[in-house]
Design a protein around this ligand. Sequence first.
Ligand code: PEP
Length: 251
Amino acid sequence: MARKPIIAGNWKMNMTRAQAIELVEELKPLVADTKNEVVICVPYTDIDVAVQLCAGTNIKVGAQNVAWAKKGAFTAEISADMLKELGTEYVIIGHSERRQYFGETDASVNARLKTALANDLKPIVCVGETLDQREKNRTKSVIRKQVINGLAGISAEEMLKTIIAYEPVWAIGTGKTATSEQAEETIKFIRGVVAKMFDRKLANKVRIQYGGSMNPKNVKELMAMRNIDGGLIGGASLKANDFSLVVNFDK
Ligand code: PEP
């Protein structure tokens, strides 16, 4: 079964509401004809307006995190109910910047993932090794642990709704891209871990993105790899033209 490519923008902490309106309006016509899935994961404060502007288009809107708890005394967290009410469809979980700066762990990733799934939010779960881990030949053991612990306890049906993003930390926002062979090798490995957790047939249906300085110049080569099913795009998602060229990589 062919896996539909999914290109998701991660705006991170960029774009005020006014800037978001401008970017979405510029983007809409540029990606209107693609057969690929298009997602923009925007700051919480832009979700409302992004959902309104994307209604009736092929652009889906996602958040960049979700609380594991339903409600209550969790200052600064945003619940799944809050996101759903605004029309949010996707949510990034476990981005390396959350792990690095905000103490996110595989256990918190797993808790957030379960909450997202229970509330019909489509999760994009990020995994990836640091430069130090890669240089010490620990890439596979680090990734295996992140995948097994991050995805622990979800059902096969839930696994099929979950997207994994392989994002080598050393390639995020650095302009250094993993070579297509490096990305393919690790993503194939991740598919193998999913196959061991579930089964091969299911693993072949799970979509796994690459993320890390993906841009209009390198997208074709990365997307030509058998196991790479899309991209999670940071910097290049902040310019409508660049993001649309990534989305339209197959044109
Ligand atoms: C990201 O933030 O997920 C990312 C991949 O960023 P960039 O494309 O800027 O490296």
